[in-house]
Design a binder for this molecule. Structure first.
Ligand code: 8YV
Length: 323
C-alpha cells in the first residue's frame, strides 16, 4: 500500500502514553516500531521511551529520519554521535523529572533502611500476632552519611532532600561542583572514599562506557557491611551477579533498586527472593504531573525536529553546516 505522505511518518515504541497519543493525533502518522526495518516505506522520525536501541545500522536503513525524540532523560539506547553525524537531531526531557526521580530515590532509601516492604509483608501475614520491640530493627537514616554518585540535576535534588534528614552528604562526580557545595553543605570526595565512608550510596549517573559496571565486586567490597545501595540510574551501572553475592554474604546490608540488569529480572532470579532488597519497576519519574511534562516535552521535540526547527530540548546540536 502507498504510504500516506500528508503527515510525517514516525515509528514509535509502545505502549504509548495517552497524552503523547492525543498530542500526536492528526499531526503525525504513527507506525509500530517494526516499521524501523525499513520495509514499509520511509520514516521521518523516531519516538522512543528509554528503549529500544537506535543504532547506526538502523539510521542507515532510514535515511529520511530527521529527529529521534525520547520520552525521558536517559539516551543510552540511542547512538547520539551516529545520529549527529547523519544530521539527525536527538531530543530528551531533562529538568522535568528530577524532583520525582529524587523523591523515588529517597522513598527507596527509606523503605530499604526501615524495612518497610518486608514489614508490610509481615503485617499482612498470619505470623504477625503481637508487637515485639525487638523485631525488624532497621538502619537510622537521620544523622547518617549519604554518598551521592553523580551530581547532576537529580543528584542535587537528592542532596536537598538529605538536608532535611540531617544527613552528612558526600558526593562524587566527573568534576567537582563547588558552586553548590556550601549552599547544600556537600563535600566532594573520591569514588573509593565515598564508598568507604557512606551509610547509603545513591547512584544518579547516566549509563555510559565509564559508568557501566561501576558497582562491581571490588567496589562493593569497599562499602561498609552496614551500607545500603540505592540505584535510580540504570541497571547496568551495577553488576547484578556481584550485587547478589554481596547481599547474600553480608558484604553490604541491603539494596533499593528502581532499575535492574536485565529489566525486568527473570521471575526466578535469586535477587527477587532476598528480604534485604526492595525493587520497584522503574518508577523514578512515574507521577501524573511529571509524565505530563515528559509527554509535552518529547512531543515538542519531535514536532520541532520534523519541521526542521531546532529542538526545545536537544541532547546535542548539529555542526553549523548541518543545522
Ligand atoms: C523514564 C528514565 O521512565 O528519564 C529516564 O531516563 O529512566 C525514566 O524517567 C524512562 O525513560 C521510560 O520512559
Amino acid at each position: 500500500m502507498e504510504p500516506n505522505r500528508n503527515r510525517p511518518r514516525v515509528a514509535a515504541d509502545g505502549p504509548l502514553d495517552s497524552t503523547v497519543m492525543s498530542l500526536l493525533a492528526d499531526r503525525v502518522e504513527l507506525l509500530p516500531w517494526d516499521a524501523t526495518d525499513g520495509t514499509t516505506g520511509p520514516l521521518d522520525g523516531l519516538y522512543t521511551y528509554g528503549h529500544p536501541t537506535v543504532d547506526a545500522a538502523m539510521l542507515d536503513r532510514l535515511p529520511g529520519v530527521r529527529v529521534v525524540s525520547n520520552y525521558g532523560v536517559g539516551v543510552d539506547h540511542i547512538d547520539v554521535p551516529a545520529a549527529t553525524a547523519r544530521g539527525i537531531l536527538v531530543g530528551n526531557t531533562p529538568g522535568v523529572l528530577d524532583g520525582a526521580t529524587a523523591d523515588m530515590g529517597f522513598a527507596l532509601l527509606l523503605a530499604t533502611a526501615r524495612r518497610l516492604v518486608e514489614g508490610d509483608r509481615y503485617a499482612r501475614s498470619a505470623a504477625f500476632t503481637r508487637y515485639d520491640p525487638g523485631y525488624m530493627l532497621g538502619r537510622e537514616v537521620h544523622g547518617s552519611t549519604l554518598g551521592i554518585v553523580g551530581m547532576g540535576r537529580i543528584g542535587e535534588k537528592i542532596a536537598r532532600r538529605a538536608l532535611g534528614f540531617d544527613m552528612t552528604v558526600l558526593y562524587h562526580n566527573r568534576r567537582p561542583r563547588p558552586e553548590i557545595e556550601s549552599a547544600l553543605d556537600l563535600r566532594y570526595v573520591g569514588f573509593e572514599e565515598l564508598l568507604g565512608m557512606s551509610d547509603f550510596v545513591v547512584l544518579c549517573v547516566p549509563l555510559t562506557d565509564q559508568t557501566r559496571g561501576l558497582i562491581n565486586a571490588s567496589s562493593l567490597k569497599q562499602m561498609k557491611p552496614s551500607a545500603v545501595l540505592v540505584n535510580i540510574a540504570r541497571g547496568p551501572v551495577v553488576v547484578t551477579g556481584d550485587l547478589l553475592d554481596a547481599l547474600r554474604t553480608g558484604t553490604i546490608a541491603a539494596a533499593g533498586l528502581d532499575v535492574t540488569d536485565p529489566e525486568p529480572l527473570p521471575r526466578d532470579h535469586p535477587l527477587l527472593s532476598l528480604e534485604n532488597v526492595v525493587i520497584s519497576p522503574h518508577l523514578g519519574s512515574a507521577t501524573d504531573r511529571t509524565r505530563l511534562r515528559m509527554a509535552e516535552g518529547s512531543v515538542a521535540n519531535l514536532i520541532a525536529g520534523l519541521a526542521g526547527h531546532p529542538l526545545p530540548s536537544p541532547v546535542s546540536t548539529l555542526p553549523p553546516e548541518r543545522s
